[in-house]
Design a protein around this ligand. Structure first.
Ligand code: AMP
Length: 439
């Protein structure tokens, strides 16, 4: 099947020709006719499956020119990176159409965005909070929206945007077509759909929770941070065709730590991106990774979701994700649009639980490979990896901070030192042998 087999409009075919896109991906082929029939749709598709085009194409195909300056197509996404990406995808498809598209997101000046909205838009892409603010202050009118897409609804809900979504619905006309996309059909997503939509048609790129078939998955058992760094160096030096490597870590602090470790050997070909970095820095890092200036990009989960990078050769999970669905999202960044990719995961002993959750979500085991003998493993743990000393059930109290001498001498009665009652010792003193307390 080619895009010519879909009942598209000429300007869209021309744009697709320019882009060199010939064949629709699975989700695009599966959802097109359903969406064109006007029915509410729920698409189960991960990033990298071509899901963005899967909803943009029918939306643009059904779009009709109108003198109304208010958006007919509203696309709600969880992060500002994704806003930028979706706006770009719409722009790529509309060089031959008279469609105005704009993106709005929080953390930037609202007046500038309000002015852009007031100038008139056909397609508005935005994060829930900012869309709501603009609708509430009257800059944005949503009553003309005919198509409403909620992309990555699972992430949107897990970021706590449920209330904002429901309030946005109040601004929307009752008669509209909803298209909801999610990487997985979690309980939270199912509940949300059930409560807000009447029997949507379900289309899937891959079965909910299945890893994409064209991704080769490999696991390595690695005990700690420093050993992981060694293995990462080794893999980068010894893996053929590892020209675009996306490395995932668990936290912003770890992202910065790993960046420092890798910077000396990779020099200017490694970048880092997480939500503590300024917007410009984030866009530049992604740009450098996309254009090949950076061979390696170190990222945290949330940020990596929205970034638009193609042809990622390898995804490396330096840390295993705690939320199993994130594993699917992460590895979905390689093997994009039906291309082959490799996903490598470093697993330490403490990750056993997280690994088994991922494996049961995928309904398959992660195949493990021996760490090559050249890689120097160490037992040394960094401060954050050291186990916290614990009394069963209680955390050890940290030593009190030193403070200067008190203003006044304590009164004699307050000078008494508190001695903890030790039942075992009391029994020993009394009976000369340990005695159990009776219940
Ligand atoms: P997505 O899953 O929406 O993040 O898309 C992944 C990437 O694949 C994007 O850069 C798209 O532009 C690209 N893409 C989407 N559909 C196709 C297609 N049918 N053929 C080739 N590339 C595509």
């Amino acid at each position: 099947m080619t895009f010519r087999d879909l009942n598209l409009k000429k300007p869209l075919w021309n744009a697709l020709d320019d882009l060199g896109y010939e064949t629709p991906t699975t989700i695009q082929a599966a959802s097109f006719n359903v969406m064109m029939s006007g029915k509410d749709t729920i698409g189960i598709a991960q990033t990298g499956t071509g899901k963005t085009l899967a909803y943009i194409l029918p939306c643009l195909c059904m779009w009709k020119f109108s003198k109304e300056p208010h958006p007919q197509i509203l696309i709600i996404v969880p992060t500002r990176e994704l806003v930028a990406q979706v706006v770009r995808e719409v722009e790529k498809l509309t060089p031959y159409m008279n469609v105005a598209v704009g993106g709005v997101y929080g953390g930037t000046n609202m007046n500038t965005q309000a002015a852009m909205v007031l100038q008139g838009l056909d397609v508005l892409v935005g994060t829930p909070g900012r869309i709501l603010d603009l609708a509430a202050n009257g800059s944005l009118q949503l009553k003309h929206a005919k198509k409403v897409v909620i992309d990555e609804v699972d992430e949107t809900l897990s970021l706590g945007f449920r209330a904002q979504l429901l309030r946005i619905f109040e601004f929307l006309p009752v008669k509209r077509q909803n298209m909801v996309f999610s990487a997985t059909l979690s309980e939270e997503v199912s509940d949300f759909l059930e409560a807000n939509f009447t029997v949507p048609v379900r289309v899937e790129a891959a079965r909910s929770g299945t890893a994409l078939a064209q991704i080769d998955q490999i696991g390595y058992r690695v005990p700690n941070f420093l050993s992981k760094v060694q293995l990462l160096h080794y893999l980068l030096d010894n893996t053929a065709d590892s020209s675009k490597v996306l490395v995932f870590v668990q936290s912003r602090v770890l992202a910065d730590m790993l960046f420092e470790e890798m910077e000396s050997s990779l020099l200017n070909s490694v970048g880092v991106i997480h939500s503590n970095k300024a917007q410009n820095f984030r866009f530049n890092s992604v740009q450098n990774f996309q254009t090949g200036v950076f061979r390696v990009l170190i990222a945290t989960d949330l940020i990596a979701r929205g970034i638009d990078v193609t042809d990622v050769t390898h995804v490396i999970n330096f840390d295993i994700p705690e939320i199993p669905e994130n594993y699917i999202h992460r590895i979905g960044r390689t093997g994009r649009a039906d291309k082959n990719g490799v996903a490598i995961t470093f697993v330490s002993e403490k990750d056993a639980d997280a690994l088994s959750k991922i494996e049961s979500l995928m309904q398959q085991e992660l195949p493990f490979t021996e760490v090559p003998s050249e890689v120097e493993m160490t037992e040394e743990l960094l401060e954050f990896e050291k186990p916290v000393a614990q009394i069963p059930g209680k955390l050890l109290k940290l030593a009190k901070r030193e403070v200067g001498p008190a203003f006044h001498e304590k009164k004699a009665k307050n000078k008494k030192v508190n001695v903890r009652y030790d039942h075992k010792k009391a029994m020993m003193d009394k009976y000369g042998k340990p005695k159990r307390k009776r219940n």
